[in-house]
Design a protein around this ligand. Structure first.
Ligand SMILES: [Zn+2]
Length: 61
């Protein structure tokens, strides 16, 4: 199934809206899958301003 990445928070979803912030600005051109389990302990999460555990794209275009 195709996954889309939210342009705002980079969260991945198969829905038409981002489950994290409700944005419909989704892109199917993304790369670099990140799974964030504990945003407080993840340097990548800090860099991308991720505060909710989940699956994210590193780059969204
Ligand atoms: Zn989002």
């Amino acid at each position: 199934m195709k996954e889309f990445a939210c342009r705002k928070c980079h969260m991945l979803t198969t829905e038409k809206r981002c489950p994290n912030d409700g944005s419909n600005e989704l892109s199917d051109e993304w790369s670099g899958l990140i799974i964030v389990l504990d945003p407080k302990k993840s340097q990548v999460a800090k860099t991308l301003n991720i505060t909710v555990p989940g699956r994210y794209a590193l780059k969204v275009s």
